[in-house]
Design a protein around this ligand. Structure first.
Ligand SMILES: C[S@@+](CC[C@H](N)C(=O)[O-])C[C@H]1O[C@@H](n2cnc3c(N)ncnc32)[C@H](O)[C@@H]1O
Length: 235
């Protein structure tokens, strides 16, 4: 099976421990908009190698927990002594309403999104906050929209669908910002490193045919990048 995009050395070398467009800047934007209190319990859902955990601690938030499915990322984050569990976002080993705020950066599209929202809705307290950053698709029809590797582009939908899924899951959206510029900046960095986006996808997949497929899927779906903040409705 193909290596997921975010585990490829092309992405790790380009992005380090913050495996998403915008890196720490966008996490700071989430904190600026949502203003968690120092004693709040935060969950970094799909924390990867732990890039945001250190930032959240440095921001004065001491009750921060990371969860990720990937054993190697969990081990990498634990080297920094961050509290991190290996778990699926669809089955969190956490009590009902035990979390004040969830940060979910470039993970949601990789998961069965409705099940993940249901589980996050279970663990977040009433009035608690959910912050999601991820890709969206400006177009999704057409024959060439299949991505060659598991990636957050592949699970993307249009923003109207994003809004609807969040609302149906029992959250009220308070902020929805378009940060597609950060996606373009990340793409430009990969072009600089690999000569072209095709060169980047070739480095990820090791196959000219799969790199062609990724470029066609990008053309067909015209991906953008959003930041969404929502509060859990009172049940
Ligand atoms: C693009 S990386 C983002 C990592 C981190 N949030 C960041 O911004 O650096 C996606 C992460 O989602 C994790 N992931 C994918 N599906 C998951 C699931 N069902 N449950 C938990 N983590 C998952 C992957 O293991 C990976 O670490």
């Amino acid at each position: 099976m193909a290596v997921p995009l975010y585990q490829s050395s092309a992405v790790r070398q380009g992005l380090g421990c913050s495996l998403r467009p915008g890196g720490e800047w966008l996490t700071r934007r989430i904190l600026e908009l949502s203003r968690p209190e120092a004693n709040h319990v935060l969950l970094d859902a799909g924390c990867g190698p732990g890039g945001s955990l250190g930032l959240l601690r440095a921001h004065g938030l001491q009750n921060v927990l990371g969860v990720d499915l990937d054993r190697e990322f969990v081990a990498e984050a634990q080297i920094q002594h961050w509290p991190v569990l290996q778990a699926d976002l669809c089955r969190l080993p956490l009590a009902d309403q035990s979390i004040d705020m969830v940060i979910c950066e470039c993970v949601w599209n990789l998961t069965p999104r409705e099940r993940t929202l249901a589980e996050l809705g279970r663990v977040v307290r009433s009035g608690g906050v959910l912050a999601i950053t991820d890709k969206y698709a400006r177009k999704s029809d057409g024959p060439d929209n299949t991505w060659p590797v598991p990636c957050c582009f592949a699970g993307a939908s249009d923003l109207a669908t994003v809004r609807s899924l969040i609302n149906v899951a029992g959250f009220t959206i308070t902020t929805l910002e378009d940060h597609s510029r950060l996606l373009r900046e990340t793409a430009a960095r990969f072009v600089f490193e690999h000569g072209s986006l095709h060169g980047f996808w070739l480095a990820v997949t090791g196959s000219a045919e799969l790199a062609d497929q990724a470029c066609r899927a990008s053309q067909a779906t015209k991906p953008g990048f959003f930041l969404l903040i929502a509060t859990r409705n009172t049940s």
